[in-house]
Design a protein around this ligand. Structure first.
Ligand SMILES: *[C@@H]1O[C@H](CO)[C@@H](O)[C@H](O)[C@H]1NC(C)=O
Ligand SMILES: *[C@@H]1O[C@H](CO)[C@@H](O)[C@H](O)[C@H]1NC(C)=O
Ligand SMILES: *[C@@H]1O[C@H](CO)[C@@H](O)[C@H](O)[C@H]1NC(C)=O
Ligand SMILES: *[C@@H]1O[C@H](CO)[C@@H](O)[C@H](O)[C@H]1NC(C)=O
Ligand SMILES: *[C@@H]1O[C@H](CO)[C@@H](O)[C@H](O)[C@H]1NC(C)=O
Ligand SMILES: *[C@@H]1O[C@H](CO)[C@@H](O)[C@H](O)[C@H]1NC(C)=O
Ligand SMILES: *[C@@H]1O[C@H](CO)[C@@H](O)[C@H](O)[C@H]1NC(C)=O
Ligand SMILES: *[C@@H]1O[C@H](CO)[C@@H](O)[C@H](O)[C@H]1NC(C)=O
Length: 379
């Protein structure tokens, strides 16, 4: 018996692994030990018929990372609330923005309150390992002993809940996600035999591009409750995060009937990789990684592209996305930072946006909200 599983948990894991005959969709349980593993990691970079949200790197050696990311941003521009929860299986040698720890099983929480106050990031180490149950394209994960877990179910429009019961860090409550836009891969809709590579060395699967989400947390006696636009993805690699990344812009937003996810990344050789996703009323309108399928650039007086470590944060971004019959042009305005630790390499923001769809039949414009980030790792 692996030392990180107590008998009760082993029994629970056996119960989770309900045989295929009693359920339509069989489930698979992965047990992730706390220790960095020696030897070679095998990373999956091509999709199969299911398992969109399954572990993608096994085992996790000192170069590898695999994590499940969840966020919710308020859709009310007068409310600056956001929550980000990340379930890591990664050590600091693979992802340097984690604190030093004796375990690769770590859960993090970052929040901003309605008035824009941000708390320092909380990272809770898991000393008992993680159990991840994959069923169809969804997954559930228990970061044993941390009080952080998530459950997923459904098929096209997935549903998730993130539960937190972590008295040691004063946090209790849950986030719910009910997807309103279909999952996608870096280069298109979910399908077998597609690439999972979003840029050199980085795997990405976006199970929930946009969701109706409800947040209800109690943080050291203060309640944080709001509804908003939720999002869930996972990324992974068998190489350290900083191997290829020079900078990237990522984010998601909602305006009118539209759900937008963007990704625009420069590698260390200066090559740009992109991934564009737009859904309208729950149907995919654009999903592509072709060069030029989306363009994200910083705006503001001091905006610098490509961004380097010494570049000041931009005051906004401009996104253009060519459509079959027209163009989408989005102006994003930073309202507030949403990451509590001040480091030059990383920033996350809550912002409002104006989106204009320019078409042969006329133009339509919408207001909306977004949560977005940038990495810049070189000078
Ligand atoms: C990895 O190898 C080192 C050195 O041989 C050893 O001390 C350590 O226990 C090994 N780790 C695992 C998880 O097997
Ligand atoms: C982890 O595995 C990868 C192979 O996928 C290998 O290239 C790398 O050197 C390994 N890292 C460590 C620290 O052993
Ligand atoms: C902002 O909201 C937080 C959480 O409710 C509260 O603790 C803090 O005092 C507020 N800050 C200001 C400046 O009102
Ligand atoms: C709650 O308060 C404790 C004690 O001050 C602190 O260590 C912890 O980080 C706080 N939790 C959060 C989520 O800020
Ligand atoms: C990668 O991970 C970051 C941080 O968890 C997350 O915000 C982002 O959505 C992910 N994106 C891609 C394209 O890998
Ligand atoms: C969309 O933008 C492209 C490139 O800027 C331009 O050639 C095209 O005419 C635009 N389409 C519409 C309908 O405005
Ligand atoms: C964001 O909101 C502010 C304040 O309401 C407004 O002045 C600005 O035009 C908005 N910006 C965008 C890009 O929507
Ligand atoms: C639509 O927007 C484009 C670009 O901003 C502009 O050139 C065009 O005149 C607008 N069309 C109408 C009908 O307003």
């Amino acid at each position: 018996m692996p030392r990180f599983l107590t008998p009760t948990r082993l029994l629970l894991s056996a119960l989770y692994a309900v045989p295929a005959c009693t359920l339509r969709v069989p489930s698979k349980v992965s047990q992730i030990p706390t220790a960095v593993q020696n030897g070679t990691s095998v990373a999956q970079f091509t999709s199969t018929t299911s398992g969109l949200d399954a572990p993608k790197v096994q085992p996790i050696n000192g170069s590898a990372f695999d994590w499940w990311y969840f966020d919710v941003v308020s859709t009310d521009p007068s409310n600056l609330a956001s929550v980000v929860v990340v379930f890591f299986t990664s050590g600091q040698t693979a992802f340097p923005f984690l604190p030093p720890a004796d375990t690769i099983v770590q859960a993090s929480l970052e929040v901003s309150f309605p008035n824009g106050t941000i708390l320092p990031r909380i990272v809770v180490p898991g000393e008992e390992g993680a159990l991840i149950t994959t069923k169809g394209d969804s997954a559930s994960g228990d970061w044993l002993g941390t009080g952080f877990s998530f459950t997923g179910h459904g098929s096209t429009n997935l549903e998730y809940e993130v539960h937190i019961n972590a008295p040691d860090v004063g946090v209790k409550g849950k986030l719910t996600f009910s997807a309103i836009a279909p999952a996608h891969l870096p280069c298109g809709p979910v399908a077998a035999d597609q690439t999972l590579v979003v840029g050199p060395g980085i795997g990405w699967a976006n199970a929930v591009p946009d969701a109706l989400s409800v947040v209800d947390l109690e943080i050291n006696g203060t309640r944080l409750a709001f509804t908003g636009a939720g999002y869930h993805d996972k990324n992974w690699s068998d190489e350290p995060f900083t191997t290829h990344v020079a900078s990237w812009y990522w984010g998601h937003g909602r305006f009118g009937p539209y759900s937008l996810v963007w990704f625009d990344f420069l590698d260390r050789t200066g090559v740009e990789s992109v991934s564009a996703y737009l859904a309208k009323d729950g149907q995919i309108v654009a999903a592509s990684c072709a060069p030029g399928s989306i363009r994200v650039r910083p705006t503001g007086v001091d905006a610098a592209f490509p961004p380097v470590l010494s570049s000041p944060d931009p005051t906004g971004y401009e996104i253009s996305l060519p459509l079959a019959d027209g163009n989408l042009s989005v102006q994003i305005n930073v309202l507030a930072p949403a990451f509590g630790d001040s480091i030059p390499q990383y920033a996350r923001f809550v912002g409002n946006l104006t989106a204009e769809i320019v078409g042969s039949e006329g133009n339509t414009s919408f207001d909306g909200m977004a949560l977005f980030e940038q990495f810049k790792l070189t000078e």
